[in-house]
Design a protein around this ligand. Structure first.
Ligand SMILES: [Ca+2]
Ligand SMILES: [Ca+2]
Length: 211
């Protein structure tokens, strides 16, 4: 009886503990669209909002081929306005620990890319992580895709990222944003109620044993 009550209390607490989780934003469930000013995706209690200040972007359909297998049938693309040399901005609904994502251009021109992670929203606050690189016009898929990873020990609130060539300033696709974060450890009302019931039962058992 006592064991069962303690187990019940443990189960009620478990979902509230702050354990690191990984959620991925891959745009697969997103409809294709162009001229987007903003796009929000939610997974695992975390919301990621993509914008491109001063410009627009699109979600492209790759289901007919042309992209690497890892990109699936939908991908984030800046080509809605590739002549405007503006970065993407990615805001998270709460601080995250790290993020990795893929950038690729499917055997086209040579590109450079960079990403900055900031503690605050909208690319503000302390710069807590960076990653950058370049690639020549690659030979075959899927080698035309790189993985960028950024870790911010103090927590990442937003990302600024861009990739392209001098001829085409924004000519990289981005996909598979894998985010590591610890959900805020706030006990849910239901869990607290269950815990209360468990503790009440425990008290009853002890009282009964004393008498
Ligand atoms: Ca995808
Ligand atoms: Ca390119």
């Amino acid at each position: 009886m006592l064991k069962a009550l303690l187990l019940g209390a443990a189960i009620a607490i478990a979902p509230s503990l702050g354990q690191a989780a990984v959620v991925t934003f891959d745009f697969e469930g997103t409809g294709t669209a162009s001229g987007l000013a903003s796009l929000s995706q939610s997974a695992g209690g975390l919301t990621a909002t993509f914008t491109r200040p001063g410009s627009t972007f699109e979600i492209v359909d790759l289901s007919g081929g042309g992209g690497p297998a890892s990109f699936g049938s939908r991908s984030l693309s800046p080509f809605a306005n590739s002549t405007s040399n503006t970065s993407f901005l990615l805001n998270f609904s709460e601080l995250i620990a790290s993020v990795s994502f893929q950038a690729g251009d499917f055997n086209a021109d040579a590109d450079t890319y960079s990403v900055q992670a900031y503690a605050g929203a909208n690319g503000t606050g302390a710069l807590v992580g960076t990653a950058s690189g370049s690639r020549t016009g690659d030979a075959t898929l899927p080698s035309a895709v790189d993985m960028l990873s950024v870790t911010g020990s103090a927590g990442i609130g937003s990302l600024v990222f861009i990739g392209g060539s001098p001829t085409f300033p924004n000519s990289l696709y981005f996909d598979n944003f894998a985010v590591t974060y610890t959900p805020t450890a706030v006990p849910e009302p239901a869990s607290m109620a269950l815990l209360g019931v468990g503790l009440f039962g425990l008290g009853m058992v002890r009282r009964r044993r004393k008498s």
